[in-house]
Design a protein around this ligand. Structure first.
Ligand SMILES: NC(=O)C1=CN([C@@H]2O[C@H](COP(=O)(O)OP(=O)(O)OC[C@H]3O[C@@H](n4cnc5c(N)ncnc54)[C@H](OP(=O)(O)O)[C@@H]3O)[C@@H](O)[C@H]2O)C=CC1
Ligand SMILES: CC(C)(CO)C(=O)C(=O)O
Length: 314
């Protein structure tokens, strides 16, 4: 069966993953916001370490109302805009549709499944370094692997087909038995590096170079691992060492939260910090250092509002 795909949020990940599917001949419909006119006229450009490509013509829309009902919807906007999902998804899903949240953070599938109970919901964990460099223009610098895991009890067949479509399109994609485990595992990297890069105004290489910050990142990783353990996800404590070694070898990198801060956009504090801190707390474990970083980020976010700088959703 040939699936009809929808992409909600055509930025770095939406442009890359949706673009790869469309380039491979799949039927993909892209929802855009500020870049709509540009993409409609000039197409979507992806500069990728795996090979550049341009999608033109492209099935793009500036309103979900104009989109067809899709079998699978890839949600690729920042989680700061997830409160808009019930409205955005309403015209493009029916009881048979599967919505995959290709986003960072915890608790997002739970919330969507409550708000949109008739859809199947899954998570997509992306191991990729990509960002938008201009209107309708994505730069993919490194990695690209996707792990897909089901949240609801329905949608399994669609998820399997989606995994095969990604593989066929040249995106390494795996299916995970346990979505919660993978979400916590991804947080082991995102929690220290996204937030520290913002509060210390720096990049991963600088955080790794300095002994104090390297140790702090390592300690936070262990907190996340123990947080996960208390929530029933038995992550390997050695995973922290592995992540430190990987980051040491990485080219200097500004995590997506740092790019959001630099561009005065809302930061994904709720899904990357608040949800895991609360989940661990409810399970009886206080992630003290992570909670402190969360407070610092909330302070910075409040200052951004006080500066009367436009903090856009998404
Ligand atoms: N970038 C990366 O390398 C990685 C990102 N992630 C995660 O993936 C998710 C997506 O990140 P990323 O791709 O970087 O984000 P981007 O900011 O590059 O893209 C988000 C896109 O969503 C669009 N959007 C937001 N709200 C709406 C709306 N209401 N209607 C239509 N479009 C909308 C934005 O449009 P507009 O231009 O108008 O704002 C933007 O183009 C995040 O959760 C992030 O943490 C995970 C791994 C790596
Ligand atoms: C760690 C990384 C780069 C993804 O693989 C990421 O999730 C981010 O920048 O937020």
């Amino acid at each position: 069966m040939k699936l009809k795909y929808g992409v909600v949020g055509t930025g770095a990940l939406g442009g890359f993953y949706g673009g790869k599917l469309a380039k491979a001949g799949h039927d993909v419909h892209f929802l855009l916001r500020s870049d709509f006119e540009h993409v409609k006229e000039q197409g979507l450009k992806v500069d990728s370490v795996d090979g550049d490509f341009l999608l033109q013509p492209i099935a793009c829309y500036n309103s979900a109302q104009d989109m067809p009902v899709c079998d699978v919807v890839l949600v690729c906007m920042k989680t700061t805009g997830n409160h808009l999902l019930p409205e955005l998804l309403d015209p493009i899903i029916d009881e048979q549709s599967l919505v995959i949240l290709v986003q960072n953070g915890l608790g997002i599938e739970e919330r969507l499944a409550q708000e949109v109970p008739h859809a199947s919901v899954a998570g997509g964990i992306a191991f990729i370094c990509a960002h938008k460099v201009g209107p309708g223009h994505v730069s993919h610098l490194d990695l690209g692997r996707l792990i897909l895991g089901l949240h609801t009890s329905t949608g399994n067949e669609l998820l399997q087909q989606c995994q095969q479509d990604f593989e066929q399109a040249g995106v390494p994609a795996q299916l995970a038995e346990n979505l919660g485990y993978i979400r916590w595992q991804k947080l082991v990297w995102n929690v220290p590096f996204n937030g520290l890069a913002v509060v210390l105004n720096t990049t991963t290489d600088q955080l790794m170079k300095q002994k104090e910050t390297r140790e702090l990142a390592h300690e936070m990783m262990h907190e996340v691992i123990f947080g996960a353990k208390n929530c029933g996800y038995d992550l390997d404590p050695d995973f922290a060492d592995k992540m430190i070694r990987t980051t040491e070898k990485m080219t200097p990198y500004a995590p997506s939260m740092k790019l959001d801060f630099d561009n005065r956009r809302a930061m994904e504090i709720e899904s990357i910090y608040t949800s895991p801190v609360q989940a661990a707390r409810q399970a009886g474990f206080e992630m003290k250092k992570v909670a402190m970083l969360e407070s610092q980020l909330r302070f910075i976010a409040s200052q951004m509002e006080n500066w009367k700088i436009r903090v856009s959703e998404g």
